[in-house]
Design a protein around this ligand. Sequence first.
Ligand code: ATP
Ligand code: SF4
Ligand code: MG
Length: 390
Amino acid sequence: MTSVANTAAAPARDPGALVDVQNLKIHFPILTGVFQTEAGRVRAVDDISFEIRKGETLGLVGESGCGKTTTGRALIRLRNPTAGKVFFDGRDLMSLSRGELRRMRRRMQIIFQDPYGSLNPRMTVGSIVSEPLETHHLSSGHRMDRVRELLALVGLNPNYTNRYPHEFSGGQRQRIGIARALAVEPEFIVCDEPISALDVSIQAQVLNLLVELREQFGLTYLFIAHDLSVVRHISDRVGVMYLGKLVELGPPTAIYESPGHPYTRALLSAVPIPDPKAERKRRRVILTGDVPSPVNPPSGCRFHTRCWLYERLGRPENCRTEDPPLRQIGDDHRAACHYAEDALKSDVGVAHLEDRVRRGTPAAVAARHEAAAQAAVPHEQGAGVAGTGE
Ligand SMILES: Nc1ncnc2c1ncn2[C@@H]1O[C@H](COP(=O)(O)OP(=O)(O)OP(=O)(O)O)[C@@H](O)[C@H]1O
Ligand code: SF4
Ligand SMILES: [Mg+2]
C-alpha cells in the first residue's frame, strides 16, 4: 500500500477561474434552550477549495446532506461563509459594498431543484420573469417584449405571460425558472438539481435546453446532482462531495474510468451500465451504514467509517487520525485519500476494461467504421457509376 504524507501543497490558483473557492467553511449553529445557547454546529461545508473555470460546466455530486446546495448558495453569496473566501472574477464576494454586490448579482443566478416551490403561485409568468429585470432596472419601456423573447428562448409559448404557474407542467415550470435566471444575462448559473424533480421523460429535454443555452451564451455552470450518471455527459469536470468535504475533482475520463477516491468508486458502483455482460463482470462495492452526522463527523478521513479500501488495507491508523488533503494525483485530477494510488490501481466500480475496449473506445469505433467502409467500397463504386446515367 502507498500512503502519502499529509503535506501536499494546495495547487496553484487557476488563472482561468471565474469562481475561486478558498478554504470555504459554512457551519450552522444548533441553538437550544430559552437563552439559545450554541449546543453544537452542523459542519455543512468544512474547508473546501476548488475553482470553476470560465465557460466550463462543473458537475457536483454526492449523497443527500453532503453540502452541495450550501456550497452552491455560497458561490453566489446567498450564504455567507463561516470562514474562507469566494472570489468571483477576482473579487472577494464578502468585500463588496451593497451597490457592488447588487451589480455582481446580475452576473450570477440560480435555478432551483423544485419547479413547484420556487415560483410564486400568485404571480403571473410575465411578472415572475420580469421581476429580475425590474430589480436590475433593465429593459424598461419594453419589458414584456423581453419576457416574450425569453419565454420563446426556453421553448415556451411567448403568449403565456398572463398565465399562473399552476397552469404549467413540471418541465414547463422549470423552463420558466430558467427564463427568469437568464433574464439578466448572467455569466454564471448554479443549477441546483434542476431535473431531479421532473419526470424521466422530460429530464433529457430540460438538460438539452441547458446545454444549448450554455453554448449560445457562453455560460459557466455549477451543475449539482445526486447521481454521477446525470452529470457525466454535460460536465467538463466533476467534483464529488462527502460529508462537507470535496473528496475528488477531475475530468469525466478520470472520474468515471479511473477514480482515485474509494467513495467515488462506491458511487460509480451504483450507476447501472446498459450492457449486461459488462455489468456482470463489474466489481462493485455497496456502501454500508448511514452517512455520519455532520454535527460530529468522524476523525481523520471522514469516510473511514464506510471505506472499503480502509478495510482492505487492514485499517491503517492515519485514516483515523489525519484528514487527507485534496491533492494532485494525475493530470488535472485531485483526490483526498491517503491511499489514492491504491484506489487508482483497483477496478472497483468501473465497467470492465475489456468490454469497454471492445465496445466503445474511439479506436474500436474507428476500426469498425473503417471495416464497414472497406466492405462497402465495391458497392458504392457501382452505385456511383450507375448514378451518373452516363
Ligand atoms: N439553514 C440550515 N440550518 C441548519 N442546518 C442546515 C441548513 N441548511 C442545510 N443544513 C444542513 O447542512 C447539511 C448540508 O445541507 P445541503 O442542503 O447543503 O445538502 P445537499 O447536499 O444539498 O443535500 P440534498 O442532496 O438533499 O439537497 C445538511 O446536514 C443539512 O441538514
Ligand atoms: S484516506 Fe483511508 S479511509 Fe479515507 S478514503 Fe482513503 S483509504 Fe479510505
Ligand atoms: Mg441540495
